[in-house]
Design a protein around this ligand. Structure first.
Ligand code: NDP
Ligand code: 2IT
Length: 450
């Protein structure tokens, strides 16, 4: 029997150990396929088994969150923190509260986070955490009680120089405030242990906007590289949360026509393009509405189409900003048939492997979230540095820093993502992002020994 290559052996090792963790295996595959040549050309990487070590979390923390709700009833939830890799800095990554959260989802997010953080150029390792708690429809008091109980368990594992969580799906400013308050009370310490904090207690200007704005800054860099502009292009956005709304707003500010937003219940369509007034209204109100998109339709800001996704809409640019695996192969085909030229991910891993393959096959612009949505964690890194110095920089300085970080991530993707088939114009952003991040992370691991 032919001997298995090192990569095949690593794949079958991971599949054997984690066969039911489909999202995690999907994310690992997506990276490993691109880094084979870099790994094979480096004897040190091989000798130190870097790929297997990079693929596996350094530590997985599990805890049960038992809490008493505001009606005096006991509720039990599951909580995790996946501390994936700390070679580049403290573990860094968000917390997600959603009924679909499980170990596989958090392991994929923590793995992706390490590569994303490497691309920012800031000293941050990668991690992710969260709970299967569903905050939808809960009272503010229940949210606070849950956040406090969650932090009572999490607090012993985190710290400003150890592990610094932030927000993600269903964890925004309100939840970070409650989590932070509990950490501070229990530890008698005011330290930058979470990012996304309120401006009055160590938060940073531009953190709230950073993921969505950064996505559009990345899009601008892509357009500049291709000699085009955002102005006049038709854009579909999925999602209606922090990332989607800020991306839509910045795209409109740049002259783009944003015709959709969506959520788990349906689609908001406005064929004339959403206005910045409508988007600012949604930004101000989405956190305390059950369905901001239906409310926008009630305010004549668009048409509400229940159970629909946006991928059948004719567009130049698609920005999936909701959740993992929301854009399937058939959606990719529909987008391509209607002439879509660019897909930039605001969410983490929103395109399935098959959808991704379609975009790469036909060589449209496809940018993975680890590059295009890195603006959020980059601003978190800047929040950490402001906390360490006990200062607060102004919004315009931070916005400029965000812009230049997104441009530099774009450049890193160009440097490593050129095609090797003689096509000098095409940039494979997925390959570029994977290789650029891998080199940085692998070199940090090699330098620090085993
Ligand atoms: P929010 O909680 O603010 O918004 C999430 C949005 O996605 C909501 O509109 C929600 O709809 C929708 N959504 C969630 N789950 C599903 C689902 N299973 N199917 C369809 N729609 C769904 O989260 P964010 O905007 O912060 O996060 C969105 C994505 O961006 C996530 O993938 C996250 O990991 C990623 N991201 C976030 C960053 C940040 O700084 N916040 C940074 C980088 C990436 P509904 O209300 O109906 O549930
Ligand atoms: O996926 C992500 O990059 C985030 N949810 C933000 C992480 C952070 O630490 O700001």
């Amino acid at each position: 029997m032919a001997q298995k290559s090192n990569f095949e052996e690593i794949f079958s090792f991971l599949h054997g150990k984690f066969s039911n963790e489909t999202e995690y295996l999907q994310a690992v595959h997506e990276v490993l396929e691109d880094i084979v040549p870099v790994y094979n050309a480096n004897e040190q990487y091989k000798a130190l088994d870097i790929v297997r070590r990079i693929s596996m979390p350094e530590r997985v923390i599990y805890f049960t969150v038992s809490w008493m709700n505001s009606e005096g009833r006991i509720e039990i939830n599951q909580g995790w923190r996946v501390q994936h890799n700390s070679a580049m800095g403290p573990y860094k990554g968000g917390l997600r509260f959603h009924p679909t959260v499980n170990l596989s989802v958090l392991k994929f997010l923590a793995f992706e986070q390490c590569f994303k953080n490497a691309l920012t150029g800031l000293p941050m390792g990668g991690g992710k955490g969260g709970s299967d708690f569903n905050p939808k429809g809960r009272t503010d008091r229940d949210i606070m009680l849950f956040c406090q109980a969650f932090m009572r368990e999490l607090q012993r594992h985190i710290g400003a120089n150890t592990d610094v969580p932030a927000g993600d799906i269903n964890v925004g400013a309100r939840e970070i405030g409650y989590l932070y308050g509990e950490y501070r009370r229990l530890n008698n310490k005011f330290e930058g242990v979470l990012t996304g904090k309120g401006l009055e207690f160590g938060g940073s200007y531009v953190r709230t906007e950073a993921t969505g704005f950064g996505l559009i800054y990345f899009l601008e860099a892509v357009c500049k590289h291709r000699g085009s502009k955002i102005e006049g292009q038709t854009i579909v956005v999925s999602g209606a949360g922090n990332v989607a709304l800020h991306a839509a707003l910045k795209a409109v500010e740049k002259g783009g026509k944003v015709i959709s937003l969506s959520n788990s219940r349906g689609l908001l369509l406005n064929e004339d393009g959403l206005t910045d007034t409508a988007l600012k209204w949604a930004i101000d109100n989405h956190a305390n509405r059950n369905n901001i998109l239906a409310d926008m339709a009630d305010e004549d800001m668009g048409k509400w189409l229940p159970d629909k996704k946006p991928w059948h809409l004719k567009c130049d640019i698609a920005l999936p900003c909701a959740t993992q695996n929301e854009l399937l192969e058939e959606d990719a085909n529909t987008l391509l048939d209607s002439g879509c030229q660019m897909v930039l991910e605001g969410a983490n891993m929103p395109c399935t492997n098959e959808a991704q393959a379609r975009f790469l096959d036909v060589k449209i612009v496809y940018v993975p979230g680890k590059a295009s949505n890195a603006g959020g964690v980059a601003l978190s890194g800047l929040e950490m540095s402001q906390n360490a110095m006990f200062n607060q920089r102004d919004a315009s300085t931070l916005d400029e820093q965000l812009y230049s970080i997104m441009e530099s991530i774009h450049q890193r993707c160009l440097d490593e993502g050129k095609a090797n088939d003689g096509d000098t114009k095409y940039v494979n952003y997925l390959k570029g992002a994977n290789i650029a991040a891998f080199r940085r992370l692998a070199d940090a691991m090699v330098a620090q020994g085993v």
